[in-house]
Design a protein around this ligand. Sequence first.
Ligand code: GTP
Ligand code: MG
Ligand code: ZN
Length: 315
Amino acid sequence: MAKATANTLRGRIFKSTGSWYEVVGEDGVAYQARIRGKFRLDGRKVTNPVAVGDWVTLELLENEDSQAVITAIEDRTNYIIRQSPKKTAHAHILATNLDQALLIATLTFPRTSLGFIDRFLVTAEAFGVPAAIVFNKTDLYEEEQLEDIQIYRWMYEELGYPVLFTSALAEEGIGALRLQIEGKTTLVTGHSGVGKSTLLNLLSPEISQKTGEVSTFANKGTHTTTFAEMFAISDTTNIIDTPGIKELGLVDFEKAEIGRYFPEFKSRLDDCKFYNCTHIHEPGCAVLEALEANEISVTRYHSYLSMVQGEESHR
Ligand SMILES: Nc1nc2c(ncn2[C@@H]2O[C@H](COP(=O)(O)OP(=O)(O)OP(=O)(O)O)[C@@H](O)[C@H]2O)c(=O)[nH]1
Ligand SMILES: [Mg+2]
Ligand SMILES: [Zn+2]
């Protein structure tokens, strides 16, 4: 066994495959690392103590090429967790230290619903991660769908969420996408088959992520990417590709909190007559008044209702 030396280095987790982590040190070298010691997340049980995006301290192993031990994790600016698919009592840290979360959406092949988009936005708000939306596959859209995405852009940008249009196939909108991710660590998410990996490959041909054919079954696509993995587009620009996930999903979702994650509600909450207003039926509700005055969009309000009432997301 190689003995650890006092030779330490700062690094960032790019990939995790079970008990091994791929860590890129500040020296630019990719290390294979294991964890020493116990790490917890605010006392919560997690399946993975260290996640993609984490800044860590590495202790380099003598006599071992590019092997190291993770001895400390730096405080995270934020993180996104999911319910563990295997252990239900555990949470799974998807990624940490994010500057942005980007939802890749498509109106067709497969269809991303507004309800799904709103759940993504609420999740990003809850974790304190700025969010943006990219409508991809515009080459496939009918005239009416092209009009729809203009309306969505207007609606979401008014709320503070940037909206981009891309066609990975026609290589359109890629320059704007490049600007949107420049200098940031961005988590990319969206249904399987929307073109996440294809867009990534365009942004950095070296990434060469596997892409898949969208399965015709229900137009939902097949899962091609299975692990969250970070890719360096440049020294300061990183992209985290995630498996085509059904839903980002909140752990320990507090229904009473949901209104606070809708920016257009948040600014009005103080004006509701009751401090514990659910914005569903109460008299003197500022949210309902704004809805009636067409200051809040009906689709956003419906998304709110379906989240509060715990319905399955409409896809
Ligand atoms: N027409 C069209 N097809 C596209 C576009 N972008 C991607 N595709 C195709 O859509 C399919 C799925 O793309 P992927 O990049 O594998 O999708 P993904 O989001 O990474 O999927 P998962 O890894 O399963 O989550 C592939 O056949 C791509 O060639 C686009 O802008 N237009
Ligand atoms: Mg993929
Ligand atoms: Zn209210």
